[in-house]
Design a protein around this ligand. Structure first.
Ligand code: FES
Length: 83
């Protein structure tokens, strides 16, 4: 369900076998509260494969390591159980 309670909603899209795409006004910080600079008005791509050398940002490594998003990986695991 989309966030419709704000005039500036943030949308996070789980891309297929890739990063989280974050669109909207966000503040990005590390675990100590240090701000991580992002370009205002531009989408931010956050790594979810764990392989990026520029974390928390995606650097495209997901393609080279053959990362599979959870939905596909779970479906394949379930199919293998039944085989
Ligand atoms: S999701 Fe792209 S490098 Fe991890």
């Amino acid at each position: 369900m989309a966030n419709t309670n704000s005039s500036n909603p943030v949308t996070i899209t789980v891309t297929t076998d890739g990063p989280y795409e974050v669109v909207g006004p966000i503040t990005l910080q590390d675990e100590d509260g240090n701000l991580i600079e992002v370009e205002a008005g531009e989408p931010v791509y956050l790594c979810r494969c764990g392989g990026s050398t520029t974390k928390p940002f995606c650097d495209g490594t997901h393609d080279t390591i053959g990362f599979q998003g959870a939905i596909q990986a779970v479906q394949e695991a379930e199919a293998n159980k039944q085989a």
